[in-house]
Write a protein that binds this ligand. Structure first.
Ligand SMILES: Cc1ncc(COP(=O)(O)O)c(C=O)c1O
Length: 407
């Protein structure tokens, strides 16, 4: 008798984006002909760069030729890409071995799958507000009981508020796995060396493991801020880093990312190398490698020419972020993020809750924002704007906000 994984029943409805969709459709029905500008969703809009496209054409030709066609490659990834990524980290002063870098088909699956190599009763800590995949994968793997007041019982929520600069204090209780995301989605906050060091020290003391989501690291331009957790002393013993080509190079649809599991990393009772070997075992069993076409394109992204091109695209998005930040500040809104991250996090005016502000922005400025409450209890009273839109839309949205939003 097959029985389902009952933990799925504990999941709350994916409420945020369906509700945004519902309200947007209703507005459009009642206001035909009004142009709405969507600054809610964090998907990229710039096309792939020339170096990548040129390489993709070459790879397509190779795949069409019997003498150069390639089928399966190693589950852990094409060695040339793993080596190129290890070399990429040297720019930040981080030395990695190629076999510590595991290629994936984007960050999201590994952020969830990593839980499977740790004990089923691990206590998981997440930031609040939070990227929902960390929470839902914790629920699916059976680590929670009930759901109350917007929180799952069994998960430790680490508040990220104005008071702590949207970076959490250390958990008061012992936890085993800690998800940290910097630059942060949704708050746009970027952790400093000192802030990360506190978590690394905690993890070393408690034998906890940090799962560090660096999917937006390419948006950090301030050289004083860490782009990898491994820039912090001791992190290799206690942190796994997950990253992605999605926002780095517009690969949201192409699908490519990577996970670093250092040999030094230890969990309770393991020797150096054992956790890396476990992840290797998991991947060779349950994953058959990312698309080789995507991986070869990834090598082009990491080339000198590729890096120059993606820099231009990132600068474009970051200029969008500046337009949004400046525009919101001009109308008197309190903004954070958006300087080393593609998300702007703003406080709703006049004590409005985040859905009330969503409706106000929709009706008055014809702009779709993402209500902060959709990212967790501590997101209430805030909203997120994404800088990934097209420039003309960003300009129009900010113009509408300046002219029509009544604050
Ligand atoms: C914080 C964060 N991590 C991971 C991801 C997933 O990225 P990928 O496209 O590589 O699966 C996203 C996507 O928006 C994200 O915001």
């Amino acid at each position: 008798m097959a029985r389902i994984n009952e933990n799925y029943k504990k999941l709350q409805e994916g409420y945020l984006f369906p509700e945004i969709y519902k309200r947007t459709v209703a507005f459009q029905k009642n206001n035909p002909g009004v142009e709405l500008i969507k600054l809610g969703i964090g998907d990229t809009t710039r096309p792939l760069t020339m170096a990548v496209v040129k390489h993709l054409h070459e790879v397509a030709d190779e795949m069409a030729d019997e003498s150069t066609y390639r089928g399966y490659d190693a589950e852990q990834g094409i060695m040339e890409l793993r080596e190129a990524l290890a070399k990429h980290y040297k720019k930040y002063g981080v030395n990695l071995k190629a076999d510590e870098v595991f290629i994936n088909d984007g960050a999201k699956p590994d952020l969830a799958n990593l839980q499977s190599i740790f004990a089923g009763n691990s206590v998981v800590a997440v930031q609040d507000p939070v990227y929902p995949a960390y929470v839902d994968s914790t629920v699916i793997s059976g680590k929670t009981t009930g759901y109350k007041d917007g929180k799952y019982e069994g998960i430790v929520y680490m508040d990220c508020t104005e008071e702590n600069g949207f970076f959490p204090d250390l958990p008061k209780q012992n936890v085993d796995l800690i998800y940290l995301c910097s630059p942060n989605n949704p708050t746009g906050a970027v952790a400093t060396h000192e802030q990360l060091k506190k978590f690394v020290d905690y993890a070393q003391e408690k034998k906890a493991v940090i799962i560090f989501d660096a999917a937006y690291s390419a948006f950090i331009s301030d050289v004083g801020l860490p782009r990898s957790i491994y820039e912090v002393d001791g992190a290799k013993t206690c942190a796994i880093e997950v990253n992605s080509f999605s926002k780095l190079a517009g690969f949201t649809g192409v699908r490519l990312g990577w996970t670093v599991v250092p040999h030094e990393l230890c969990a309770e009772g393991t020797k150096p190398g054992e956790v890396q070997a476990l992840w290797d075992r998991r991947q060779t069993t349950m994953f058959n490698g990312a698309s080789n076409i995507a991986q070869l394109a990834g090598i082009a992204v990491l080339s000198e020419e590729g890096q120059e091109e993606v820099r231009e695209v990132i600068d474009y998005y970051m200029h969008n972020a500046k337009i949004i930040r400046d525009g919101l500040a001009e109308v008197g809104l309190e903004v954070s993020g958006g300087t080393n991250a593609p998300y702007i996090w703003a406080k709703t005016p006049n004590g409005l809750d985040s859905w009330e502000f969503f409706d106000k922005a929709l009706n008055e400025a014809h702009v779709v924002v993402t209500p902060g409450a959709g990212f967790g209890q501590r997101g209430e009273g805030h909203f997120r704007l994404s800088a990934f839109g097209k420039r003309e839309n960003i300009e129009k949205a900010v113009d509408n906000i300046k002219k029509n939003l009544k604050i």
